[in-house]
Design a protein around this ligand. Structure first.
Ligand code: CMC
Length: 428
């Protein structure tokens, strides 16, 4: 007869233990009872990189990595990318349901009317070196926001929490645009609250002295779709960081600065930047086979390929590849695309990549579109952080509402020296 339990026999002692299985998972703490003797600490699991450890139950994002499925709150990413917009997806991700028209209008109004930042933020920006990386400025400025909103520390108050959530979602485009303008030595452009979320972001980046400046709607829609694709991706490195910091009850600005710092790494959200640098280095389609040879010889990684969870084509990469054509109709074709397509063609046929289930991920094509839209490579991680703000905050809210959560504190296996006496310098 089948039972939802796991029987473990400890061959060190010959004892057996029956452990409950729920949602195909055992509770790590159930292993602690497995001891050789009473003084024994009990059995632990060893899982560097948390490759097989669930840190939470969640109702936000579903991924089936083998089938290449991604859903927010049950809605397939393909449908959201086609029919929705970023502000609506933000509502869905945070509140769990699609908004009614009235709810949408109220939400959109809130976001639209919190876009301005304190004037001192400009001075903070001025303190950065002329060539500071925009993502470094983004991380520091998000952290600095907590000095403007000390009430944010009251994380148990749902009203205050929601206020900070709105502020963060509304202000990240402004901070991002300011960091871009600073790195270019251009004057900051204040938000234009007549414009929608993505249009306003493009406006703040691009507007100069023109009186008849208009945001190109094709580009705004393409960026909006890219934003939708980046909203959340369950317990990845940045989101896990958000939860780890949030679990100590730090305020959301401090937590999010940490999450953004994690996202900056080239193995995570910094990969889109790394992909572009790689394509520039390859330089020509004819150099692709030589480059692939280097990857197979383990001299380097094929950036934008592979994923911890997807062992199939990343569904986001498929959508991005499609919108690339629409963007290129407006901007002209990015010559990097041919190199990327050739890399993908060879990699998808090559035994090395096939055996390891290495497919293009979200970062493989996004950089090519961003570049065609005129974004400098250094802005790419920032373009990831803006929409991911929503996911971080939804996960943070969920964490705070989950009574099973405690301060994050992994265990270790200590393999260092046993106790030893301090030796005076002269005796070493
Ligand atoms: N190029 C060449 N080989 C690779 C690559 C790659 N991009 N990715 C994985 N492999 C190999 C790896 O060497 C290993 O081979 P073997 O088993 O023979 O030692 C095998 O494939 C399994 O890889 P892994 O490193 O165990 O996989 P992981 O789940 O620890 O790493 C990853 C996932 C995304 C960090 C990794 O695939 C990688 O470094 N990719 C390049 C960076 C990148 O594109 N990152 C963006 C990820 S998607 C967006 C995001 O998360 O922010």
């Amino acid at each position: 007869m089948s039972k939802d339990t796991l029987t473990i026999t400890d061959n060190r002692t010959g004892r057996s233990y029956e452990i409950p299985v729920t949602h195909d998972t055992i509770q790590a703490m159930d292993l602690r009872q497995i001891k050789v003797n009473q003084d024994d600490f009990g059995l632990m699991t060893y899982d560097p990189g948390f490759t097989n450890t669930a840190s939470t139950k969640s109702t936000i994002t579903y991924i089936d990595g083998d089938k290449g499925i991604l859903r927010y709150r049950g809605y397939p990413i393909e449908q959201l990318a086609e029919h929705s917009n970023f502000v609506e997806v933000a509502y869905l991700t945070l509140f769990g349901e699609l908004p009614t028209q009235e709810q949408y209008n109220a939400w959109e109004y809130e976001i639209r009317h919190h876009t301005f930042v304190h004037e001192n933020i400009k001075q903070l920006m001025e303190a950065f070196r002329y060539d500071a990386h925009p993502m470094s400025m983004f991380i520091s400025t998000v952290a600095a926001l907590s000095t403007y909103y000390p009430e944010a520390r009251n994380i148990q108050d749902p009203k205050s929490r929601m206020k900070q959530i709105v502020r963060l979602i509304a202000k990240v485009p402004t901070i991002s645009a300011f960091s871009y303008r600073h790195s270019r030595g251009l004057p900051y452009v204040y938000p234009n609250n007549d414009l929608g979320y993505t249009e306003n972001f493009l406006y703040m980046l691009d507007k100069m002295g023109q009186t008849d400046y208009e945001v190109k709607s094709v580009l705004a829609r393409a960026l909006d779709v890219l934003f939708i694709l980046h909203v959340d991706h369950e317990q990845n490195c940045g989101t896990a960081t958000m939860r780890v910091i949030g679990s100590s009850h730090a305020d959301p600005y401090a937590s999010m600065a940490g999450a953004a710092a994690a996202l900056f790494g080239p193995l995570h959200g910094g990969a889109n930047e790394a992909v572009l640098r790689m394509l520039v280095e390859i330089g020509d389609v004819k150099n692709v086979p030589e480059f692939i040879k280097g990857v197979k010889n383990r001299e380097r990684l094929l950036m934008g390929f592979g994923h911890r969870v997807y062992k199939n084509y990343d569904p986001r990469a498929k959508i991005i590849k499609r919108i690339a054509d629409e963007v290129f109709e407006t901007t002209g074709r990015n010559p990097m695309l041919d190199i990327a397509l050739e890399l993908e063609r060879i990699a998808l046929e090559d035994e090395f990549f096939v055996q390891r289930n290495l497919y293009p991920n979200v970062d493989f094509y996004s950089g090519i579109i961003y570049q065609a839209m005129g974004f400098p490579v250094k802005m790419f991680p920032v373009l990831f952080a803006i929409p991911r703000t929503v996911g971080w905050l939804a996960q943070w809210q969920e964490l705070l509402g989950d009574s099973a959560q405690k301060i994050a504190r992994p265990r270790q296996i200590y393999l260092g020296a046993d106790t030893r006496d301090y030796l005076p310098m002269a005796n070493r």
